[in-house]
Design a binder for this molecule. Structure first.
Ligand code: ZN
Length: 384
């Protein structure tokens, strides 16, 4: 018999929230796409068969917030080593570059990577590269140019999802926060794209930030521990948080070690507020800071009490919707892009931390075993 499939993952526990699917299932790939999904597929139907019995199979993960301007900004990481080793097949650079230097990110990093990369272009001309000089990127608003940002997005629509702005004392100071937010709004409106708003360390109330946001926009670092967070002084979830979520604003984690407070996350989850998307904000941390990969962030939220299906949804179908790619990515529906990840769900005693020194204990941990990208098993290039 001819082998219609390139790759067959057999015997795994498939968890695909886009189809409400959680059961033992075989998945086959052909010509870069998901070709079949059934309780049992013939073992001789594929050129490569991998037995994944006892392991969890998910759509390829999507990391909505990372920093990949490798060699352009010392804070960035090499995308393939950070993503494809961890089950992440699609990732988003969150404003490492701005409208002035974005073309270098696209030409030298995004096009060279095997990871599928998208980006938010920073409202500041040089994005986070300004941090190399220890200068907040929007302390001087001359770097924020609405027309230039619009032109950059228009020119690079294939990979640019919208505009990034950090509303943070360190990025804008107090005076420039609202003008920068208004300019980012203008850019998003003019291009019909999204804003990703960094809300950690904001000098203005969260309600003010949400008021400038529209359905589809992303509030990242949602569970930070600074003033103007999701909880009021009594630890209650602010009503505007739920309203924003109901309105269609994505609440994104953007962990980063420093942009999450586990006590805030725990209190929000206990009050029924689950983040729409989990993401890493992966970067090169200074000594002593723990930055988790995406399975690490997922394991942290399992430990905080978020159910496994919701955790997986947040990094597959929810994240795909935040990219406007729910028809193609974050799903194992037959015909969609052939990306998948295989994990061991390890039992044991695990501790997850934040940079403030808070800890959470968990009894499970997701360990990435295998990544399928474009219908092929991904292998790291041989070391030289
Ligand atoms: Zn970031």
């Amino acid at each position: 018999m001819a082998e219609p499939y390139d790759l067959l993952l057999t015997g795994g526990e498939v968890l695909d929230p886009s189809q409400d699917l959680h059961r033992r299932c075989d998945v086959a790939f052909a010509q870069g796409r998901v070709a079949a999904l059934a309780p049992s597929l013939p073992l001789d139907s594929a050129r490569e068969v991998i037995d994944v019995s006892g392991y969890l199979v998910t759509p390829g993960l999507i990391d909505l917030h990372g920093h990949f301007f490798y060699r352009g900004w010392p804070g960035a990481v090499a995308p393939d080593a950070a993503c494809l080793t961890a089950g992440v097949t699609t990732a988003v650079d969150a404003g490492s570059t701005g409208w002035g230097n974005y073309p270098a990110l696209e030409a030298y990093v995004m096009r060279a990577a095997q990871t599928r990369l998208y980006a938010f272009v920073h409202l500041c001309a040089i994005g986070l590269v300004s941090l190399t000089a220890r200068v907040g990127e929007l302390h001087n608003l001359a770097f924020a140019q609405v027309e230039q940002a619009i032109a950059c997005i228009e020119e690079h629509r294939e990979r640019v999802l919208g505009v990034k702005v950090r509303i943070d004392h360190r990025a804008t100071g107090a005076d420039n926060a609202l003008p920068a937010l208004a300019m980012a709004r203008q850019v998003a409106e003019a291009t019909g794209t999204r804003m990703m708003v960094h809300v950690s360390g904001s000098p203005v109330p969260l309600a003010t930030l949400f008021a400038a946001m529209r359905p589809g926009d992303i509030a990242t670092h949602i569970f930070h521990g600074h003033p103007h967070g999701v909880l009021d002084a009594d630890g209650r979830l602010r009503p505007e948080v739920r309203q924003a979520q109901e309105q269609g604003i994505y609440l994104d984690v953007g962990h980063a070690g420093v942009h999450i407070d586990l006590t805030v996350a725990r209190a929000a989850l206990a009050q029924g507020c689950w983040p729409n998307t989990l993401s890493t904000d992966i970067h090169q941390p200074p000594p002593g800071r723990v930055v988790y990969d995406l399975p690490g962030v997922m394991s942290t939220f399992l430990a905080l009490g978020m159910p496994l299906a919701a955790v997986v949804a947040s990094v597959t179908c929810n994240a795909a919707a935040a990219l406007g790619q729910a028809h193609e990515l974050g799903t194992l529906r037959v015909g969609s892009v052939g990306d998948a990840a295989v994990f061991a769900l390890q039992e044991g005693e695990f501790t997850f931390v934040d940079a403030a020194g808070n800890r959470v204990q968990g009894s499970q941990r997701l360990v990435p075993l295998l990544t399928v990208k474009g219908g092929r098993r991904w292998r790291p290039p041989p070391e030289d």
